[in-house]
Design a protein around this ligand. Structure first.
Ligand SMILES: Cc1cc2nc3c(=O)[nH]c(=O)nc-3n(C[C@H](O)[C@H](O)[C@H](O)COP(=O)(O)OP(=O)(O)OC[C@H]3O[C@@H](n4cnc5c(N)ncnc54)[C@H](O)[C@@H]3O)c2cc1C
Length: 390
């Protein structure tokens, strides 16, 4: 697809809403029950060129802003949270390449290829022995004669078996400290993945995220230029926390929509009276709106920064993004819980049209996905020295 023919945001959001309603919603119960990858949804997203939404327009993508990507993820999450998480994680990796690889001919070419072929990107940051700290690696990339070798023992690798490439964090060489990391683009055809653990979880079952041992090689130019310290603070963390928050909101919004449908049904049975559940629904809308405003304002302020990336290295943004992540991941399951109290037993049943079990289980993953405790501990140390937290 040439740059001029790339779909714009309005076409993409329309396409995602259609995929969410017609494909993802229909497949979500089976994806969840079998803990299988949402192949039908991803095939439809590819068909509408949704996977290249974050590629700059000059390379043939849609050049979507953070706010636009967040709307795409949240729209899909209302029907299938696993599919939305796959899309969000893909955009996070894509943004790392698009924001830090533009001076590399290799990565510019890769993005053009991604637009054409609608590649899906996965991520391997977790590692056995680093205990959930993404800014620490044990494995190291080894370079020689323009090539690299990289092996990693990852604890969790969402949809790695279904991706076209994986962005892997590692030490920049064998002498480097654990925090002196780089990101390496590993192409699926250049690696072997040996599954080491299972993925039979409460929720987010369609993300298919077991542990993997990765053995890979490739051209040295596949190592993303610059330090991961920079791409993490300037891109991976902001994209993760904002896009995840938008999709957790999407799960909550999906649950509230079911509760609203239930309440309207009750109202129809007793015309002229407002059922007591309607007031609880109105109260719930307040929490849902506050959650949305939190990720929306962060997305807009992030977009307003433009090329001012240095600000993202500071404690002000780090704290704000961490607070957003903690607040959204805590609020989403609470909202689903309150929606369940409104719907009652029909929400508790797995085989009812008002069932909220999947929403509940999916929403619970947020606080563990980079543990809130770990993030709160980082905030606590920053707040000892940061004085502007008004
Ligand atoms: C749906 C889903 C998809 C995922 N996909 C991927 C993926 O694609 N790629 C990938 O690499 N990873 C992925 N992960 C892994 C994730 O990002 C985290 O790395 C992982 O969940 C952390 O595992 P943990 O809870 O064992 O680790 P830890 O962060 O070590 O937490 C273990 C325990 O220690 C506590 N703890 C940790 N630090 C502190 C502290 N400072 N103070 C107090 N308590 C603390 C925590 O609260 C928790 O109870 C995914 C996770 C989920 C849920």
């Amino acid at each position: 697809m040439e740059p001029h023919s790339a779909p714009g945001f309005s076409q993409l959001i329309e396409a995602v809403r259609k995929v969410a309603a017609e494909v993802a919603a229909a497949q979500a119960p089976d994806v969840d029950a079998k803990a299988r990858f949402p192949i039908e949804t991803l095939a439809s997203l590819r068909e509408y060129h949704v996977l290249s939404a974050a590629v700059p327009r000059e390379l043939g993508g849609a050049g979507c802003s953070m706010e636009e990507l967040a709307h795409l993820c949240s729209a899909l999450a209302q029907s299938c949270a696993s599919s939305a998480m796959v899309l969000a994680m893909h955009y996070i990796q894509l943004a790392c390449i698009a924001r830090h690889g533009m001076d590399s001919e290799y990565f510019r070419g890769y993005l053009r290829e991604l637009v054409k072929r609608q590649y899906l990107l996965a991520s391997m940051t977790s590692e056995n022995g680093t205990f959930g700290d993404t800014r620490s690696s044990i494995c190291a990339v080894r370079r020689s004669d323009g090539r690299f070798l990289l092996d990693k023992d990852a604890t969790t690798g969402s949809y790695c078996a279904h991706a076209d490439a994986i962005l892997v964090t590692c030490r920049k060489d064998e002498q480097a400290a654990r925090s002196d990391q780089v990101l390496v683009l590993v192409r699926r055809e250049d690696c072997t993945l040996t599954q080491t653990t299972s993925w039979d979880t409460l929720g987010m079952r369609g993300t298919c995220s077991p542990g993997f041992k990765l053995v890979s090689s490739g051209a040295e130019e596949q190592i993303l230029p610059g330090a991961f310290a920079d791409s993490s603070a300037q891109t991976m963390v902001p994209y993760s926390h904002i896009l995840w928050s938008s999709l957790w909101w999407g799960i909550a919004a999906g649950a509230v929509a079911k509760a609203a449908q239930f309440v309207r049904g009750q109202a129809r049975q007793t015309p002229g009276t407002v059922p007591p559940t309607a007031q609880r629904l109105a109260e719930l809308q307040v929490q849902l709106q506050a959650l949305k405003q939190n990720w929306l304002s962060a997305a807009r302020d992030f977009d307003a920064l433009g090329d001012e990336r240095e600000e993202l290295m500071g404690m002000g943004w780090a704290l704000r993004l961490n607070n957003l992540k903690i607040a959204s991941s805590e609020a989403a399951p609470q909202i689903v819980h309150r929606a369940l109290q409104i719907v009652g037993i029909l929400g508790y049943k797995n085989d009812s049209p008002f069932s909220l079990g999947r929403h509940y289980r999916d929403a619970l993953s947020g606080s563990l996905m980079i543990s809130n405790e770990r993030i709160a501990a980082k905030n606590a140390s920053m707040l000892l020295v940061y004085k502007d937290a008004a």
